[in-house]
Design a binder for this molecule. Structure first.
Ligand SMILES: [Zn+2]
Ligand SMILES: [Zn+2]
Length: 102
């Protein structure tokens, strides 16, 4: 499967919103409305992890080069991942939800 195929919309399993693909060339890996993600990656982007658990947003991290990142914790296996905040795209991450993580 090409990277283009992977970057398509999905229905959020947590809040049920229809999520559109990113328009800025980035890769959407969490819902912009509730910020939940899915545990599908071993290393970022490799999609090799078979856990498939829902990942809850548990905090915000500031990276000097990458900017703000959301810390996700898997509700099934407990693994933590950090994901870049989606901005400058259709459906950017909800600022109210991001502020809740502070
Ligand atoms: Zn959602
Ligand atoms: Zn997991």
């Amino acid at each position: 499967m090409s990277r283009k195929d992977e970057n398509k919309g999905f229905i959020c399993e947590h809040c049920g919103h229809k999520v559109l693909p990113m328009t800025n060339g980035g890769y959407r890996n969490h819902c912009p409305f509730c910020l939940y993600s899915k545990h599908v990656d071993g290393a970022p982007g490799d999609r090799r992890c078979l856990c498939n658990g829902l990942m809850e947003p548990v905090g915000l991290n500031y990276h000097s080069q990458k900017g703000f990142q959301i810390i996700h914790e898997c509700l099934r296996c407990g693994q933590r991942n950090v994901n870049k905040v989606a901005e400058r795209t259709v459906q950017p991450d909800e600022i109210d939800e991001l502020l809740r993580l502070f």
